[in-house]
Ligand binder design. Structure first.
Ligand SMILES: [Zn+2]
Length: 240
């Protein structure tokens, strides 16, 4: 199930708005109803429920904004392609022979703007290691983006980009709180629970293993599914 109301209200009104808070209450009621129906249907002992999201949300600031068109020595005509209007990151393909020029023009253009050649982009973003990522990658500090009142896609170490993770069901230990972990590890967990062989990904099953009940084995022989149990935890490293 995907509930997108808090994402869209967060973009439109900002994460601290009354509209977003009301939307969170609505999501909370839906989760309550879901758990109630799981109980009433006698599914608690064989259904695992995970509640998480793909990112947090940051309030956008409207001061000291970043305008590339005002940057000295930078010209859009030096680019073959630009993607600059979706959130706080930017993708640029400089024209043949213009990479160094565009890079050095933007590199120190604004204290809140970070400019990287693809191969130098920080590994912890899990972002630049793909053929579709452009030779120059830009991102801004939390809050710096022009279009919405709330935004995500900032540095995944920023506190407001972090999200929640709750899990309850027979596969999980009860009442356990674990250390923060990166959301890239959730996919491997879901695949394991569903008995699906994962496609290549950046995560690891090792990270979520401490949450698993010991005992029975899954189709892949690592996690286990005995008596109903609960697990609650609060990761700090959700990806933006
Ligand atoms: Zn969004």
């Amino acid at each position: 199930m995907r509930e997108d109301g808090d994402n869209s209200s967060g973009h439109k009104y900002g994460p601290e708005s009354t509209q977003r808070k009301n939307m969170i209450k609505q999501v909370d009621r839906t989760v309550g109803y879901l758990r109630q129906r799981i109980r009433e249907s006698g599914l608690e002992s064989n259904l695992n429920l995970i509640i998480t999201s793909d990112h947090g949300m940051e309030t956008v600031v409207k001061t000291d904004e970043i305008y590339l068109r005002n940057v000295t020595n930078f010209a859009f005509k030096d680019l073959d392609f630009e993607l600059l209007d979706y959130g706080p990151s930017g993708l640029l393909v400089p024209k043949e022979g213009k990479l160094e020029q565009v890079y050095s023009a933007l590199k120190n253009a604004h204290p809140k703007l970070h400019v990287y050649k693809k191969e130098e982009f920080p590994k912890r973003f899990h972002y630049a290691n793909h053929s579709r990522i452009t030779p120059l990658v830009l991102y801004s500090d939390p809050g710096y983006v022009q279009f919405n009142k709330g935004e995500h896609g900032f540095d995944n170490q920023a506190m407001n980009m972090k999200t929640i993770f709750r899990a309850v069901g027979p596969a999980f230990k009860k009442g356990l709180e674990v250390e923060p972990f990166e959301s890239v590890n959730v996919y491997a967990l879901l695949c394991e629970l569903l008995g699906i062989t994962p496609e290549p990904h950046d995560g690891s099953l090792e990270v979520t293993k401490p949450m698993a009940q010991q005992g029975l084995c899954t189709s892949h022989g690592t996690l286990s599914f005995p008596a109903p149990d609960q697990h609650w935890h609060r990761p700090g490293h959700g990806l933006g």
